[in-house]
Design a protein. Sequence first.
Length: 95
Amino acid sequence: MPEKRDYYEVLGVEKDASAKSIKTSYKSIALANHPDRNPDDESAVERFKEAAEAFEVLSDPDFQVRDYLAKLRAQTGTKWNSTVGCSMLIGSESC
């Protein structure tokens, strides 16, 4: 099974892209690669599926919190207590 590409790369957006930019990019890719528009192009179907998965993940608020925490850890070089940190950020212990 091939390794999954970075979701931001799949949608062609920067890692700090806004929700609107992510949605706009997804719509453009989905429209261009939709199976109904490319009935004989299996690679287009795969790009369509990959973009849909990337959009679903990047649009998920829980993913956004986990991604933010990962960036924070990388920037500060500190370890993050996810139970305490998630409780403080979103009121849930599951990040």
